[in-house]
Design a protein around this ligand. Structure first.
Ligand code: NAD
Length: 732
């Protein structure tokens, strides 16, 4: 065997060490699954073996679970054969782990898991199939079944063993939300039997085998009862009734994984264990084959991982280690950027117009560090070292020696031009200048630069310390070298970069804007605001379009509209909703959440309520909608964003489907269940999507008209991922 080593000691206890060669972490690859069968066979048939302890040979952890790369890979389970035969092959492949783990559980000899590090997904499930679990006492160890987070169902016994160990109610958050537990918590919840000082797991496991070693799982014993009762007990049935309602409330039926997990638990708990495992595999496959799971695995796992390794980085440029960065403007964005840089060990010069303003910007990092220290998440020494990296100043001479500049002053061309000149005067030729503008085209801003090849857009999202995405914007003259260096910077501050070309609103703000605008269109059409936001949330977006508009600020959106009107001239299309916004901002001083007055009122204590005055500006004509009406609103809100993403491809604003999907979910919270707007179109089918958009365009106007690119793709039967595939980066 290449993945397992078996050593039998003088007491006849086999120590099975799990250690996948050539990898830093154990995962359940096809070869591992095959060898687990051999391990079980050895334990079972070798008369010299009295019991076994399974541990990991990795210092990084016990096992990270299934290899999602293999699972999400082409063909799918069982090789993706069609028809009855394909289904059978898929079932056999999907059942393989359950079969192997069940064989381990029923091998007739006691088996203990000695967990010396993180155990996730199938990695935790193999331990649940052991008769005894010992975990090292290290609060950093996570034990979890995180499948639901990427749209999957724990398919190696997790949905059956966990509720039988801890009860349905207690198991729910671990199964449905992928919540993780630390060793002490797992002990309290009776998921593990012993927590021992690190390094003593194997010894403790062996002691159990020698002294108590029981080779029968609790659910294989005659008197077994599910803690808290099964689905038909008084307590159990309540859990499922409530659980269903909660599930509806939190997922709006968008996520098949959660629903299928509930079904697998509900049905599985009513039958003998072997049948339960087969039920689990059926739901596992059903979930796996859903468009949602495919999209989510690809975007939220595979693509995110690839972009996080800099897959969009032009080859041939040596790694650029950014050690010192000047941040211009210590406002909300600049202060956040300074903090994440310091956290990554980057010396940061934080500049504002006055020393006082710069100090105030550093105050933001001071606040966050203080909080972390008080919560015991950071030592005071570490906190001080981080803060010492931020030098607040009003003197541009301090920019000298910076490898990169991030400009985050007011959103004003003249102010930006003036600070660009001041900073560039101090910069070495090799340094990069990045602007954090949210709306101004980069090529235009680069006109103030004497070195436009090194000028790039570095667009952060607010709040900077929480948002994982950075959108890099190429101006007409931005060089591949500047891009490569900027990607190195983004990776160093532990964010995910996407690369886009210059356009009004770039990629993220442009597409997000259409969601907010479609909310306004619905309002102007006469839909009751509560319907708009409720259905908006039910699409899987984090909030409804009116709520989000309030968050962004109505005056900002008004200002952007005025500027766009000025820039586009005759091409600007006036919409009925623009007068609503104009009256709200100009007439009523309603700027959104920031002044407590937007579509909603924001009382100091208590939840927000709809502003009663809105009814006068936008009279309600449609106060009730049926199922078809809801579907229509839902489609308008989602397809409007997706068709804009498709236009971005046609115009070359974005070129890589992975970046489009990851950028949408991380950047503006596009409904994660879809896998992103591009996966949404691919999942629906391009031809069907075009047809639906044509119908919407007929009814509501050109904003839904599908671009020629989509018609071409439909004619050729292409998908975004097949047509654009992985971007070939030109060597610099
Ligand atoms: P802000 O008003 O909070 O901060 C701007 C800061 O720049 C102020 O502290 C101001 O004193 C300073 N400043 C102005 N002129 C200066 C000069 N000549 N030299 C030095 N400092 C100067 O604004 P913000 O929200 O932090 O936005 C900054 C930039 O980031 C804008 O371009 C904005 O469009 C962009 N942006 C904002 C967001 C957001 O959500 N707020 C998101 C992405 C990008």
């Amino acid at each position: 065997m290449e993945n397992f080593k078996i050593e039998v000691d003088g007491d006849g206890i086999a120590l099975v060490t799990f250690d996948v060669p050539g990898r830093s972490m154990n995962t359940l690859t096809a070869s591992v699954i095959k060898e687990i069968g051999e391990v079980v066979e050895t334990i079972k048939s070798d008369a010299a073996i009295k019991g076994a302890v399974i541990t990991s040979g990795k210092t990084t952890g016990f096992c990270a679970g299934a290899d999602l790369g293999e699972l999400g890979g082409s063909g799918g389970l069982g090789g993706g054969k069609p028809g009855e035969e394909g289904l059978k092959a898929a079932f056999e492949a999907g059942f393989a782990l359950n079969k192997a783990f069940r064989a381990l559980e029923t091998c007739g000899k006691p088996v203990a898991a000695a967990v010396n590090g993180l155990a996730m997904g199938g990695g935790l499930e193999i331990t649940l199939a052991c008769h005894y679990r010992v975990v090292a006492d290290n609060p950093k160890i996570q034990l979890a079944l995180p499948e639901a987070k990427v749209g999957l169902l724990p398919g190696a016994g997790g949905t059956q063993r966990l509720p039988r160990l801890m009860g349905v109610m207690a198991a729910a958050p671990y199964l449905l939300e992928g919540k993780s537990m630390k060793p002490a918590e797992a002990l309290a919840l009776k998921v593990v039997h012993e927590v021992v000082p690190a390094g003593q797991e194997v010894e403790a496991a062996k002691t159990w085998i020698k002294t108590k070693g029981d080779p029968v799982a609790p659910w294989d014993k005659k008197d077994f009862k599910i803690p808290g009762g099964g689905p038909y007990s008084a307590g159990g049935s309540q859990v499922f009734v409530m659980g269903n309602a909660m599930l509806r409330k939190t997922t709006y039926g968008n996520y098949p994984a959660q629903l299928n997990i509930m079904k697998a638990v509900y049905e599985g708990l009513q039958v003998p264990f072997d049948a339960a495992l087969r039920i689990e595999t059926r739901y596992f496959l059903k979930t796996m084959m859903s468009a949602q799971a495919k999209g989510m695995i690809r975007t939220l796992f595979l693509s995110l991982q690839e972009l996080g390794k800099g897959s969009g980085r032009p080859a041939g440029v040596p790694h650029y280690d950014v050690k010192k960065v000047a941040v211009l403007g210590a406002g909300m964005m600049g202060a956040g950027i300074a903090y994440v840089q310091a956290m990554a060990g980057i010396e940061t010069v934080l500049i504002d117009q006055t020393q006082e303003a710069a100090d105030k910007g550093k105050g933001y990092a001071e606040g966050l560090v203080k909080k972390a220290v008080s919560r015991g998440k950071m030592t005071p020494e570490k906190g001080e070292a981080i803060l010492a990296l931020i030098h607040p100043t009003a003197d541009y001479a301090d920019v000298k020696g910076s490898d990169l500049v991030v400009e985050a002053v007011f959103e004003n061309r003249e102010v930006k031009a003036s600070v660009t000149k001041l900073a560039e005067a101090q910069l070495a030729d090799t340094a990069i200048f990045g602007s954090n503008t949210s709306t101004l085209p980069i090529t235009g801003l680069a006109k103030a630069s004497v070195r436009p090849a090194s000028f790039i857009g570095i667009h952060f999202f607010s709040p900077v310390d929480k948002m994982g995405l950075v959108e890099l914007i190429m101006g007409d003259e931005t060089s591949q070298e500047a891009l490569a260096k900027s990607i190195d910077y983004v990776l160093k501050i532990k964010k995910t970069p996407i690369v886009v070309n210059d356009s009004r609103g770039f990629y993220t703000s442009r597409c997000f804007g259409t969601f907010v605008q479609e909310g306004m269109e619905l309002l102007a059409d006469g839909y009751a605001p509560a319907i708009i936001d409720n259905v908006g949330r039910a699409t899987g977006m984090p909030r409804g379009p009116l709520e989000m508009h309030d968050d962004v600020a109505l005056d900002l959106s008004y200002k952007i509209a005025q500027q766009t009107k000025k820039d586009l001239g005759d091409k600007y299309e006036e919409r009925p909703f623009t007068t609503i916004i104009e009256k709200m901002v100009e007439g009523e001083g309603r700027y959104g959440r920031k002044n407590g007055k937007g579509f909603y009122d924001y009382p100091e204590n208590g939840p927000k309520t709809l502003w009663p005055g809105l009814a006068k500006l936008a009279p309600v004509k449609i106060a009730e909608v049926d199922k078809a009406g809801i579907e229509e609103i839902r489609t308008r809100l989602l397809y409007r964003q997706a068709v804009e993403a498709a236009r971005c491809f046609e115009e070359g604003v974005i070129t890589d489907p992975r970046e489009a999907d990851v950028g949408a979910i991380l950047g503006w919270g596009f409904a994660p269940w879809t896998g992103g707007p591009v996966s949404l179109i691919d999942g629906v089918g391009v031809a069907k999507f075009v047809e639906a958009c044509d119908a919407l365009a007929q009814k509501y106007g050109a904003r839904f008209a599908p671009p020629q690119l989509l018609r071409d793709m439909a004619a050729k039967g292409e998908t975004f991922y097949s047509r654009f595939g992985v971007k070939e980066k030109a060597a610099a």
